[in-house]
Design a protein around this ligand. Structure first.
Ligand SMILES: [Mg+2]
Length: 251
């Protein structure tokens, strides 16, 4: 029986539906700007999400023959431009938070739960999302922002979770992760952290066998939008609340 002291949040697909409406669109803007014909449609981007990291996704698309060969510097430049486009999309308010995210963050913050971010997204993209979707006060409310290339091995490796817990001085048994994808769930599991998964259109068919709760979204009290897909702790769960996360760790 362990007490819940810390919640670590994934960003892309978990805090906001950033992949389909943010990153994908920003990649296409960078491709068009560079004079490339390639566009990643929604299904294609769904395939590429199996590859972690933006530069790595471009490399993968080149290697399978769907984009022209280019040196690493060009890939890095494309990715840098994509990051700028992505920040513009966020700054224009085109990427809202997912349902229930603000509610659960505020509930946990008010209960003095330590909050942190554990993501492979770039620090600048994370900063833009916090500033424009969550609000500047959250820069202080998150006790750690673990993002980007701060550790060498990206998810599904556990390194980013290990890093965040080390920075915070919390143990895995007192920590719970929120993720939306199989890679994220594997990363949390490999770090010994229990995990609630909020799936989206890209991740619904992933294998989350062993996850502590799998739902379609965190949900709000006044809606019926939450489908509970896996519920091994048999929680009474209409929308996901702090008490559910605490019950998972107690169990
Ligand atoms: Mg994610």
């Amino acid at each position: 029986m362990a007490e819940l002291k810390c919640i670590l949040w994934d960003v892309d697909g978990t805090l906001a539906d950033t992949e389909r409406d943010g990153h994908r669109v920003a990649f296409n803007m960078a491709f068009e700007e560079a004079g490339l014909e390639r566009r990643w449609d929604i299904d294609t981007y769904g395939e590429l999400l199996a590859v972690t990291g933006g530069k790595e996704r471009i490399r993968f698309d080149i290697d399978r023959g769907d984009m022209p060969e280019m040196p690493y510097e060009d890939i890095a430049a494309l990715h840098a431009r994509k990051t700028i486009h992505y920040q513009s999309l966020i700054a224009e308010g085109r990427i809202p938070l997912r349902p229930g995210v603000r509610r659960l963050l505020e509930e946990a913050y008010d209960a003095d739960i330590t909050l942190g971010i554990s993501t492979t997204t770039t620090p600048s993209a994370l900063d833009a999302l916090i500033e424009h979707s969550l609000g500047k006060e959250w820069f202080d409310r998150f006790a750690v922002l673990a993002a980007g290339d701060i550790v060498p091995a990206k998810k599904p490796a556990p390194d980013i979770y290990h890093y965040a817990m080390e920075q915070l001085g919390v143990a895995a048994e007192n920590t719970l992760a929120l993720e939306d994808s199989a890679n994220g769930w594997k990363s949390a599991r490999a770090a010994g952290i229990k995990c609630v998964v909020t799936v989206n259109g890209y991740t619904r068919e992933h294998d989350f066998n062993g996850a502590d709760l799998v739902v379609t979204e965190l949900g709000e009290p006044d809606t019926d939008a939450v489908d509970v897909l896996q519920n091994p702790h048999e929680l009474e769960c209409h929308h996901v609340q702090l008490k559910h996360l605490q019950a998972i760790l107690h169990g």
